[in-house]
Design a protein around this ligand. Structure first.
Ligand code: F0G
Length: 464
């Protein structure tokens, strides 16, 4: 949509929607928050969400659906097999991702679990720019090894690179030279969530494709935030400015052999996902597992109404007014914190701003979890819930050893179409206040942890 002439080049990028239904936010006191933290062993995943003022834990499944998605839900057809809602979903997916096999799952990790159960296993190696935590856990649970091969800039929070999610092509080639026989698939995550929500360029994807061709390996995408990645391509990559978002997405699809997807992100839905691919035989094996754990192939792990919500969400997420607002509103938070001197991953990601806790808290060693210390402080100060992405999440290895993660970050993920600019102004105020007294923050120790994905349930104790 073009803006009217008098606002042809507006300085303020407004939310391209009005609010239609509201959810209350319960205001808590610092004392209430301190008590809540103690109760849950300082693990923010265990806090009652009613005790959170601004919930930036994740952008996954937490967005607001549109009027048209709620309307589409009324069309949900709950037939066990061949539901019209399945066909609506399939058509919407294939307009953007024309893979012949689309396998609906209840969320992204279910797609990962099925795929890696078939192609993973002991002795196998799966390269990715950076595996997300559930992806890594599913690869490792199958017995395979997950290897991260993002470009060097992707490890440097301050390095300015327009496509910091790019794959290190030389490293990928070297790994393939050495272990081609053990590599069933090459993965690329768009955008690279664990690396700071950073995009991957079309040029890099084309080059990864060429490497895969040389070694005759399939290329799969973890495409959770594909529309945000496509917007970055359109706005940052030379020669892409005049293309439509669906056109860019279809080119990305043409470079890949398959994908895993969480519709809780760029599906603009509260639940859902899929696994898609070209290979008939692989699809058959995956569908056999789908039936065991998710459901019949025309609904997977989803109700018909969920399929409808996703079908409509996929039409909305590629809208340029939406994407312009989405990427701009994330940058608004980043720019304000940057101006206040808070160390951040730059450039700002599409779905989140990542605070560089290791730099902000140089006095807290990585194995005392600076990201955890900062995330807890933000909650205590202002009821803001962010997410540690660092040594708590990635530090423990399958052999039981513990090492510092590449970075210690706190992610402030922005739910889609959910918070207004004044909410974000409040976040800026709280983060700035906590950063000003960062020297007073202390680290944590873990008193109890499960064998895998420990960040979800570990209990902590503050160090004095
Ligand atoms: N891949 C990426 C890149 C993700 O960000 C996620 C989820 C998944 C796979 C798994 O999808 O949650 O539907 O099973 N990320 C969420 C987050 C949880 O907070 O970043 P899922």
């Amino acid at each position: 949509m073009a803006y009217p002439a008098h606002v042809d080049r507006p300085r303020t990028i407004i939310e391209p929607f009005r609010i239609h239904a509201v959810e209350p936010i319960r205001i808590t006191t610092r004392e209430e928050r301190a008590a809540a933290l103690k109760e849950v062993g300082w693990n923010l995943f265990s806090i009652h969400a009613d005790d959170v003022l601004i919930d930036l834990l994740t952008d996954s499944g937490t967005g607001a659906m549109s009027r048209d998605q709620w309307a589409a839900i009324q069309h949900g057809d709950e037939s066990y097999a061949g539901s019209p809602s399945w066909y609506a979903f399939l058509e919407s997916v294939q307009v953007l991702w024309p893979f012949p096999h689309v396998i609906p799952t209840h969320q992204g990790r279910a797609a990962e679990k099925i795929l890696f159960s078939v192609i993973g296993g002991p002795g196998k190696v799966i390269p990715n720019n950076t595996h997300f935590d559930t992806t890594r856990a599913n690869v490792e649970f199958s017995g395979a090894e997950a290897v991260d091969l993002v470009i060097a800039e992707g490890h440097d929070p301050a390095a300015l690179h327009p496509f910091k999610g790019n794959v290190d092509l030389a490293a990928l080639e070297a790994l393939l030279e050495e272990r081609a026989a053990d590599i069933p698939v090459v993965f690329v995550t768009i955008t690279n969530n664990s690396g700071g929500g950073q995009p991957v360029s079309l040029e890099n994807l084309r080059a990864v494709r060429a490497v895969c061709d040389r070694f005759e390996k399939p290329l799969f995408l973890d495409a959770c935030r594909f529309a945000e990645n496509a917007w970055f391509i359109k706005s940052r990559e030379p020669g892409q400015a005049d293309r439509s978002i669906p056109d860019i997405v279809r080119e990305i699809a043409s470079l890949a052999d398959g994908m895993t997807m969480s519709a809780k992100k760029d599906g603009l839905a509260n639940i859902g996902g899929w696994l898609a691919m070209r290979d008939d035989r692989l699809a058959e094996q995956c569908r056999n597992l789908l039936i065991l754990t998710e459901g019949f192939p025309t609904y997977g792990g989803l109700a018909g109404r969920d399929l409808e919500a996703i079908a409509q969400g996929l039409r909305e997420v590629v809208d340029e007014d939406y994407l312009r607002y989405r990427i701009r509103s994330t940058a608004y938070l980043g720019e304000a914190l940057d101006a206040a001197g808070v160390p951040l991953v730059k450039p700002f990601g599409g779905h989140a701003v990542y605070l560089d806790a290791r730099t902000l808290l140089p006095h807290v060693p990585a194995l005392e979890y600076p990201g955890q210390a900062l995330a807890v402080a933000l909650y205590l100060e202002g009821g803001i819930r962010g997410c540690e992405i660092g040594t708590v999440m990635f530090g423990r290895h399958p052999d039981g050893s513990e090492t510092p993660a590449a970075m210690d970050l706190v992610r402030l993920a922005i739910p889609r179409r959910t918070y207004t600019q004044s909410h974000i102004d409040y976040v800026i105020e709280v983060v700035t206040a906590v950063a000003a007294r960062a020297a007073d923050l202390r680290g944590y120790r873990i008193v109890d942890e499960p064998p895998a994905l420990r960040h979800f349930t570990a209990r902590f104790e503050p160090l004095s």
